[in-house]
Design a protein around this ligand. Sequence first.
Ligand code: TRP
Length: 332
Amino acid sequence: MKKRILTGDRPTGKLHLGHLVGSLQNRVNLQDEYEQFVMIADVQALTDNFTEPQKVRENVREVALDYLAVGIDPDKTTILIQSLIPEIAELTVYYLNLVTLERVLRNPTVKDEIKQKGFGKQIPAGFAVYPVSQAADITFCKANLVPVGEDQVPMIEQTREIVRKFNSLYGEVLVEPEALVGKIKRLPGTDGGAKMSKSLGNCIYLSDPADEVTKKVMSMYTDPKRVHPTDPGTVEGNPVFVYHDAFNPDKIEVEDFKKRYREGKVGDVEIKKRLAEVLNELLEPMRQRRAKYESNLDEIDRILRHGTDKAREVAAETMGEVRKAMKIDYFV
Ligand code: TRP
């Protein structure tokens, strides 16, 4: 039997290059070797967007389209909608007994987000406990591996704790998952900020047309201390070079750019022009797949429906074992 992957995204916006290097590339590469489940986490998206259900709804199809565009193959990967798997909500209720409030609030990802969103002391309870619901996401199919961006690693750690606690109390039912982080740990924003983030407006989206990508690259932040192309420049931490390292398959060219940049023998424009080309070559096949599905939205619905049905069968199996282990399997 193949090992399983589960991962997912909140449908709050279009996916970008950060998602690609963090997790999407791993999903595409591993979908043959693993039985893969990819979840559109609408329940989780609602924990901090409950006043905007229409936004979440619209982004479910947007994210599905991004998945299909990058090459997640619906014949190999099960794509599902979280809210349509009620077993996840059930598992969440039982797992909530196995964690303390203190522990969820100590989760570094949750802490960061609470700060970012400015909740102060008014933290919505559903938001505070979303790591527990994420543990249910991961365990409903007994996933072994979870490809995610670096920021999600504390979520997997918390899931492992819940699994260990469950298994020690009720018997070995659940599987302890491992996180798999992409090769590039964190992709900076086009503004040089620490990470690409929709709210910061520093993203290159997988769905950006070629001229938009070029425009964004040409106005990217580089080495602020460098005024003329003949000034020696800094490569380390320079987002243009981080992107070249992440996306340019021609490593010899990248090394040559770096050398000339350090020596003040190449202008930003040349390096950026080449980066724009590299990115557009990478994105072009995605644009073509996207166009195919965009003209056939019924097909996306069919894929989501089919994936969700399959995931429900798997969830029902796990739920049966959980009920038995917890002695709430009354009438079987
Ligand atoms: N928390 C993830 C994010 O914000 C999305 C997510 C929901 C997820 N459920 C998951 C990721 C399960 C991995 C596994 O991007």
